[in-house]
Structure formats: structure tokens, C-alpha cells
Design a protein around this ligand. Structure first.
Ligand SMILES: Nc1ncnc2c1ncn2[C@@H]1O[C@H](COP(=O)(O)OP(=O)(O)OP(=O)(O)O)[C@@H](O)[C@H]1O
Ligand SMILES: [Mg+2]
Length: 586
């Protein structure tokens, strides 16, 4: 990244930060009113003290009422500050909720290819840790800083009235401080971004290790994984030290500027008092204003530091918010109405000369497949032939490099993904099961359905009797990613989920890979029963598994090399016979 790009990104993350803060302007204005009131009340205090000193010098006694007013004002200022802290606590929480909501919404809608290279652990850190820095910045920074700037401004005006020369000297020191804060702040933002990225890397490595814990344990690779995570943890130490180094100048800045101010004011003020140009009461009230200014000045400096740190985290949030969502192009599209309405009739599916290349690698070449309405179509091919890729194109997770796919004659690239997917039930290869209950998994695509409908599909895939013996029934927990179910049970649960969704097109990717021969026969019976109500396409690397299909397409290295009924292929196609395990002879 060039220096100009880096500074543009920094500016953009500032504007993002403000974009999330501005919707809460009412509460922020309320907080500011409290802050200004507290500032005004504290600014009145030196005037009261000055009046009390003048009274003491003139009459050797002081007004009790004035003393009581002074003390009362201290409590009023404290109460206002308390109210402001409460209000700002709420605002900062609301701001963080806004950031998280936008971020999570975007994270779940990125194009599928985006998840291929983004580590889930890092995304989790962005949504939790990075957004946390915004809370601190808003609570401890933004509004306090605005109130504090007003207090400093008010003090400067009062000091200007008391003594313009001393004020000019004080302003010079203040401007030098502002320059230094700005200069150090941009380094702090870059360091905060680097630190958050290092924390994100730890998150992604822990996620990888926990997801693969059984494989890691089985290969005695725990030490190896631990070493790589510890190395990442060590690297955050380096980034953390750089962050601390970038933040360190902020700590003495307030002390330095206040001490310098006091020294200069006392030196010059003292000379002017000695020469009779300035009264001692005026000098004391001037110094009191300086003291009043010191606190808010420190607040402004730490607020800038907190905002800079938050902007470092916001930069990482911005990176995700800048990614287009998968459906962004759909919303601008004149969608085909035919797929937007719910339909029960099974569709005809056509792949017309579909090719796909990824990173200069040809994955599919001129694939033409037709699945008649209400038929069962089998796709058979060796591992890596491109079977799952056909389904990811049909789901529009990816787009063909050339050619088109038609759903009942409608080019699916002209439909919104949402309307297309509302017609499809997809059982992915490996049948992913979500952490949660059997019911959660079953009803994922079905919306609210009764227990009876759930048990009916579970019975169809022969899971009903097993689950009835479990205490939880439909609410039985399936563990992380369905780990407490066997591979075949996971597969059958995924099939039951797609049946419950009642879609017009059923896509099954290697549905029989985890099934024994009895369950394979049962699945075939289920598919035969569904044949006329749904169009079914399923894949397998075993030709025997597609024996029930009305028509089979043989896929070899991304090309369809034969099409026909299973019996016809068995007698005419040598490669098909090879996939049947019958050798190459006719
Ligand atoms: N996202 C991707 N980026 C690059 N190449 C990919 C991607 N996804 C798949 N491939 C490649 O495309 C080819 C086809 O993959 P696909 O998953 O469709 O095969 P398959 O026929 O389903 O195999 P299997 O029977 O093993 O599941 C493979 O060579 C694979 O390495
Ligand atoms: Mg596959």
C-alpha cells in the first residue's frame, strides 16, 4: 500500500467511525449539554474564588452565601458529570451494536469465493475485539472530548479577558501540543491496525486448530499446532510493543503542556505582578483557569488517542464493509418474475455449453446437460471431474465463464439468487450439519413446521426410530457440526432437511457415500417416490449408485463424454463400465 493509499484508508476509517456515531446525535447532543453545563459550572468557580479573595482583601471577611454557592456548584458539576457518564455508556453501547449489526450482516452475505481465503477466526475477531475499541473511543473519548474542547475554549476566552498577553503565550503552547498530538496520532492508528491484525491471526489459527482437533490429535500434531499459535501470539507481542511505543507519547503530553504553561505563566505573570502591571488576584484566577483547563486538555489528548486506536480497528471493519455482497448485483437487476413466485411444479434444468475456468485452470468445458421435469438425473464421474462444481454453478455460488444454465427456460443469471435458491434443496457433499438441535437442522429451509412434519421426513430417511429413543427427541443436541451423529446419520439428516424444505428441485451431491447398502436402497425408494413431484439431480463417483436415474451423464475431467439411460451406458460405454467396477470389456 502506498503512503497516499494508506492515508486515504485512514481518512475513510475516520469517516466510517463518524457514520456509525452520527445516528445517535440526539443522545450525543444531550451528553454535550450535560458536558457544557458541567464545564460552565466549573468555569464559574474561579470567578467565585476571585470574588472571595477580593472580599477578604477589602473587608477581611467573606460572604457565607458565596462560599455555599461555590460548594454547591462543585456538587452540581459532579452530578452533571455522572449523568453524562451514564448517557455516554449507553451511546457507546448503541454505537457498537450498530457497527456489529452492519458488520455481521455483511460478513454473512459475502460472495462464497470470499470465504475461501478469509479465515473465520479472523472474522470473529473483527466482529468482537475490533468493534470493542470503538466502544472505548465513544465512551471515553468522543463526547468527553467535545465537552472538554468547549471547556478549554471557554477557559481561553476567560483568560483572554483577564490578560491577553499571558493568553497569547498559553495559546502558543496549546498549538504546539495540538500539532504533536496530530503527528503522533497517525502513527498510533497504523500501529493499532497492525496489532488488531496480529490478534486476528491468533483467532484464525485457534479456529483452525479447534476445528481440526481430532485430526491434529490423531497425528500427534498438537505440539506443532501449539508452536504455530504461540509464534502468532509472540508476534502480537512485537505489534503490541510497537503500539505501546506509538501510544506512549500521549501519556506525558498533557503533563508537559500543562507544566510548560504553568512555568511560563508564573515566570511572566510574576514579573508583571512585581512591576505592578498585574494584581495578585488576577494572576491567581488566571492560573486557576489554567488548572481547570489541564483536566479537559488531558481528556482531549486521551480522546484523540482512543479515537485513533478505534480508527485502527475500524480500518479492519471497513475492509469487510467495502466487500460487495453476493446479492448486490441482484438488487439492481430486472429480475425474472417466474422464479420469484413459489411453485410446486417440478422444473426442467438445462446446462448449455457451460464452461468454467478458475485462475487459468479449466474446470468445466462445454458442459451440456438436460434434466427433464420430474425426472432423476445422475451425474457420474471420478473424483475431481467437476460434479460438485456443477451444483455450485446451479446454486449461483459461482458464475460460469461461458454458457448458461436454464431453470424451466429461464436463464438463472437473470434471477435473483434468493428467488433461485427458494426453489432448490441442496444436500452438500459431506452433508454439513449445523451445531444445535435436530430440529434446528431440519427446519433450516422450511420455516415454522410442526413436529409431525419433522417426524414424517425423519421416518422417510429411517432416522425416526433412532431419534425416538433419544431423550431429547427432535430437540436432541447434535454437538459441534453434528459430531454426535454418525457420518451416515448426518447424511440422512441433511437429506431429511432438504425433503422438509419442499422445493421443486433436489440436488444431492454424493448422497450415498456414507450409506450402507440397506440405507442406499431406502434412499433410492424415497427418490423414486419423489420423482414426479420434484426434479432430482444427484452425483456419485460410483456408477452403481446412479442406476435408478432416468438418464445419466458421464463427466470426465470437466467434460460430458456420454449421456443415456444407465442400462444403455452399461452396454455401450467402457468408462461407465469402469466406474461400475466391471472393467473395460463390453
Ligand atoms: N474454489 C476452487 N478453486 C480452484 N479450483 C477448484 C475450486 N473448487 C474446485 N476446484 C477444482 O475443480 C475440480 C473439480 O472439483 P469438484 O469438487 O467439482 O470435483 P468432484 O467431481 O465433485 O470431485 P469429488 O468426487 O472428489 O467430490 C477439482 O480439480 C478441484 O481441485
Ligand atoms: Mg464433489
Amino acid at each position: 500500500m502506498t503512503q497516499t493509499e494508506a492515508s486515504q484508508t485512514r481518512v475513510k476509517s475516520w469517516s466510517t467511525l463518524f457514520k456509525f456515531i452520527t445516528p445517535h446525535w440526539r443522545a450525543i447532543v444531550g451528553g454535550m449539554i450535560l458536558a457544557i453545563s458541567a464545564a460552565a459550572v466549573s468555569l464559574a468557580q474561579p470567578l467565585i474564588v476571585q470574588e472571595l479573595i477580593n472580599q477578604a482583601q477589602a473587608t477581611t471577611s467573606i460572604s457565607v452565601t458565596l462560599v455555599l454557592i461555590g460548594v454547591g456548584l462543585v456538587f452540581v458539576a459532579a452530578a452533571l458529570q455522572y449523568g453524562q457518564a451514564l448517557l455516554m455508556g449507553r451511546v457507546s453501547e448503541d454505537v457498537v451494536v450498530g457497527v456489529r449489526t452492519s458488520l455481521i450482516g455483511r460478513m454473512l452475505r459475502l460472495p462464497i469465493a470470499e470465504y475461501h481465503h478469509r479465515a473465520p477466526g479472523d472474522l470473529v475477531i473483527r466482529a468482537t475485539n475490533d468493534t470493542n475499541s470503538i466502544r472505548t473511543a465513544v465512551a471515553a473519548g468522543f463526547v468527553d472530548a467535545v465537552g472538554a474542547v468547549l471547556t478549554v475554549g471557554g477557559a481561553v476566552v476567560a483568560m483572554l479577558i483577564i490578560d491577553p498577553l499571558l493568553t497569547a503565550i498559553a495559546l502558543t503552547v496549546l498549538l504546539a501540543t495540538a500539532w504533536a498530538v496530530q503527528h503522533v496520532g497517525s502513527r498510533l492508528q497504523a500501529a493499532a491496525h497492525a496489532y488488531q491484525s496480529a490478534v486476528g491471526r491468533i483467532g484464525s489459527l485457534i479456529d483452525r486448530a479447534l476445528k481440526g482437533v481430532t485430526t491434529i490429535r490423531a497425528f500427534n500434531a498438537t505440539d506443532r499446532e501449539e508452536a504455530s499459535i504461540v509464534a502468532a501470539v509472540d508476534s502480537t507481542r512485537g505489534a503490541g510493543i510497537k503500539l505501546a511505543r506509538a501510544a506512549a507519547p500521549f501519556a506525558p503530553m498533557n503533563y508537559l503542556s500543562t507544566q510548560l504553561l504553568l512555568m511560563v505563566v508564573f515566570a511572566i505573570g510574576g514579573i508583571r505582578v512585581a512591576s505592578g502591571e498585574l494584581s495578585i488576584a488576577t494572576l491567581i484566577s488566571f492560573v486557576l483557569f489554567l488548572m481547570i483547563m489541564a483536566g479537559p486538555l488531558g481528556q482531549v489528548i486521551s480522546a484523540v488517542a482512543a479515537m485513533r486506536m478505534a480508527a485502527g480497528g475500524t480500518q479492519r471493519i471497513q475492509e469487510i464493509l467495502d466487500c460487495p455482497t453476493e446479492g448486490q448485483s441482484d438488487s439492481n437487476m430486472n429480475m425474472s418474475p417466474r422464479l420469484c413466485t413459489p411453485r410446486q411444479r417440478p422444473p426442467r434444468i438445462q446446462f448449455n455449453n457451460v464452461s468454467l475456468s478458475v485462475a487459468d485452470r479449466q474446470i468445466l468445458t462445454d458442459v451440456s446437460i438436460e434434466a427433464e421435469a420430474g425426472s432423476i438425473t445422475g451425474i457420474v464421474g471420478a473424483s475431481g471431474a467437476g460434479k460438485s462444481t456443477l451444483f455450485s454453478l446451479l446454486e449461483r455460488f459461482d458464475e460460469p465463464s461461458s454458457g448458461s444454465i436454464y431453470f424451466d427456460g429461464v436463464d438463472i443469471s437473470t434471477c435473483s439468487r434468493e428467488s433461485l435458491r427458494s426453489q432448490l434443496a441442496y444436500v452438500e457433499q459431506g452433508a454439513p450439519i449445523l451445531t444445535g438441535s435436530v430440529r434446528d437442522n431440519l427446519t433450516l429451509g422450511a420455516g415454522p413446521v410442526g413436529d409431525e412434519a419433522c417426524w414424517a421426513v425423519l421416518d422417510m430417511v429411517r432416522l425416526g426410530s433412532m431419534l425416538r429413543t433419544r431423550q431429547g427427541g427432535l430437540d436432541t443436541r447434535v454437538g459441534n457440526s453434528g459430531v454426535t451423529l454418525s457420518g451416515g446419520e448426518r447424511q440422512r439428516l441433511a437429506i431429511a432437511r432438504s425433503l422438509l424444505a419442499q422445493r421443486s428441485l433436489l440436488l444431492l451431491d454424493e448422497p450415498t457415500s456414507g450409506l450402507d447398502s440397506l440405507n442406499e436402497r431406502i434412499l433410492n425408494d424415497v427418490l423414486r417416490d419423489l420423482r414426479r413431484t420434484m426434479t432430482i439431480i444427484f452425483t456419485s463417483h460410483r456408477a452403481a449408485a446412479v442406476g435408478i436415474a432416468d438418464s445419466v451423464h458421464v463427466l470426465e475431467q470437466g467434460r460430458v463424454t456420454a449421456t443415456g439411460q444407465p442400462e444403455k451406458l452399461k452396454s455401450e460405454n467402457a468408462y461407465y463400465r469402469e466406474l461400475l467396477g466391471m472393467g473395460t470389456s463390453a
